[in-house]
Write a protein that binds this ligand. Structure first.
Ligand code: DX5
Ligand code: ZN
Length: 215
């Protein structure tokens, strides 16, 4: 699966930018609050407007403090997947239950430096694990291959039938890095600059998918 990140799109033309990646599996939306991460992007009203203007399932990546307070609003607005950060969440089981009760899939994300072990047991409550392959906050950063150890560890659990979670990766995914991530066992690839920086974003999505499938 390929999930273009609208962080690299033109925020003044979000509906058209969603249209420009038709064929994408998910549309990845980075919600940043200027506290959990140093950058500030968009919040609920803009996400609600975007949801009204695209049929692509929307994947909300909440890089915010107190996601326990906000996550369910994004689910109720109609997001397909709502991901909270392990480093920010207060009650991870309750948040996941609330997101699912509101009709969305629940995702848990870990920063590059956050170890997975303390969170592995909790993953039975989640549908998605989002492994950050850059420090969250900005697009266009360099891929950190060392996070693929976390991907491999979770892939093993999924393949052994001990977990049912979709493995998503976010940060620095492009033509040079996607094959390595795919080989480690990633199911869903977020790509911002590699998609919206291309002349034809829809074609870039197709090309990335082919590269992931071929490895
Ligand atoms: C970074 C965001 C990413 C970002 C990825 O904090 O979570 O989703 O858009 O951008 P690229 O693909 O350019 O690294
Ligand atoms: Zn993201």
């Amino acid at each position: 699966m390929i999930a273009p990140s609208i962080l690299a799109a033109d925020f003044a033309r979000l509906a058209e930018e969603a249209q420009a990646v038709r064929g994408a599996d998910w549309l990845h939306v980075d919600v940043m609050d200027g506290h959990f991460v140093p950058n500030l992007t968009i919040g609920l009203p803009v996400v609600q407007a975007l949801l009204r203007s695209t049929d692509i399932p929307v994947d909300c990546h909440l890089m915010i403090e107190d996601p326990d307070r906000w996550a369910v609003d994004y689910a109720e607005a109609g997001a397909h997947n709502v991901t909270v950060h392990a480093e920010a969440v207060g009650d991870p089981v309750k948040v996941a239950k609330n997101i699912r009760a509101a009709g969305a899939r629940a995702g848990l994300s870990v920063r590059p430096g956050t170890p997975l072990e303390p969170w592995t047991e909790l993953l039975i409550h989640y549908d998605t694990l989002l492994v950050m392959s850059v420090e969250p906050g900005f697009g266009g950063q360099e891929f950190m291959p060392e996070v693929l150890d976390k991907v491999r560890a979770v892939r093993r659990l999924v393949d052994r039938g001990e977990l049912q979670v979709l493995i998503e990766i976010d940060g620095g995914i492009n033509a040079d890095t996607i094959a390595e991530a795919a080989a480690a066992g990633v199911d869903c690839f977020v790509a911002g600059s590699a998609v919206y920086g291309a002349d034809d974003p829809a074609e870039a999505v197709g090309r990335l998918r082919t590269m992931a499938e071929g490895s």
